[in-house]
Design a protein around this ligand. Structure first.
Ligand code: NAD
Length: 299
């Protein structure tokens, strides 16, 4: 059997970003405003700093306004909640994202609950989780949105596929299950207590790994021809002492068996920020009660 085709997340993310830029242009011309995204970072975790910087850069590249707030690591919960209350009220801010994880003294649930659901571009608020679950218009978490678009690169219509998602987190596994149901897949969510995980994985026409265990999914777990989406981002030490990023799927083995597969890096990762930009435009349009600009139709 021939090797899997590689689903290029970087290229797809660039296309999505270009569509966002065109959509923002249209909003400016027709409605006289540009969407704004506020990103709040508490503390100085180096990885979070990089994410926040990239999000700001991509937001302005797409023609939107970016507001960044870097708060000290000892910021109290009340101070953060006050900041969120101000952003909820600001007419220039259409999307609010609080970078996780938060320092120990802050309860992340209270923080997420405080964000106006219509500005919750991460889609983590319970109102948005509920809207998604019952099929109402919602702001949906960015990573699962990206996974669906990547899978559709391999097969435009996912109807009827047997989909297995490994991982049941609120930010990836569970919302992705809802999205794949909406795409008419037959969905199984597997997790750390699943019996005979390799056997469950082998049922999948569409296999998504969102676990956080380097190369957990072996080639022998994959049904020949399956679409494999690897959400995992794991930093592992190489023999020469340098670190490298690997996914939750053993890529070298998997590409011998799968029909299509996302690489790490360059797969799901770039799509997450692209979908954040889409969500910011969606949130702005929802708040202003105007239709989504044409360049974003279908997203
Ligand atoms: P999480 O820790 O919240 O959830 C992991 C899930 O995996 C849990 O539901 C658990 O039941 C399951 N699990 C753990 N060990 C398992 C095992 N041995 N077998 C089967 N299932 C097991 O993680 P998360 O936030 O959903 O993230 C998962 C991975 O995806 C991480 O590597 C994370 O870095 C990555 N991630 C990437 C992006 C991106 O933009 N590419 C976004 C979010 C998360």
């Amino acid at each position: 059997m021939s090797e899997a085709s590689i689903i290029d997340g970087k290229a797809l993310a660039a296309q999505v970003q270009e569509r966002v830029r065109a959509a923002v242009e249209e909003l400016k011309k027709r409605h006289g405003f540009v969407p704004g995204l506020a990103v709040v970072l508490v503390g100085d975790d180096p990885a979070s700093r990089v994410y926040v910087r990239n999000k700001g850069k991509r937001t302005t590249e797409a023609g939107m306004k970016s507001f960044e707030y870097q708060l000290p690591a000892d910021t109290g919960e009340e101070a953060l909640l006050e900041r969120i209350a101000r952003l909820n009220k600001s007419p220039e801010v259409h999307g609010i994202l609080v970078q996780l994880p938060l320092p120990k003294q802050i309860n992340p649930d209270r923080v997420i609950d405080a964000i106006d659901p219509d500005k919750d571009v991460d889609g983590f608020h319970v109102i948005n989780a509920g809207r998604l679950a019952v099929g109402r218009p919602a702001l949906v978490p960015c990573t699962p949105l990206g996974c669906v678009l990547l899978a559709k690169q391999a097969k435009a219509d996912l109807t009827g596929l047997e989909a297995v998602i490994i991982g049941r987190s609120n930010i990836v596994g569970k919302p992705l299950a809802q999205l794949l149901l909406r795409e008419n897949c037959t969905v199984t969510i597997a997790h750390s207590r699943t019996r005979d995980l390799p056997e469950v994985a082998r049922r999948a026409d569409l296999l998504v790994a969102a676990v956080g265990r380097p190369e957990l999914v072996r080639g022998s777990w994959i049904k020949p021809g399956a679409i494999v989406i690897d959400v995992g981002i794991n930093r592992v030490e190489r023999e020469n002492g340098k670190a490298k990023l690997v996914g939750d799927v053993a890529f070298g083995e998997a590409k011998e068996v799968a029909g299509a597969i996302t690489p790490v890096p360059g797969g799901v990762g770039p799509m997450t920020i692209a979908m954040l930009l889409v969500n910011t435009v969606k949130a702005a349009c929802m708040q202003r009660n105007i239709p989504l600009p044409r360049p974003l139709a279908g997203l």
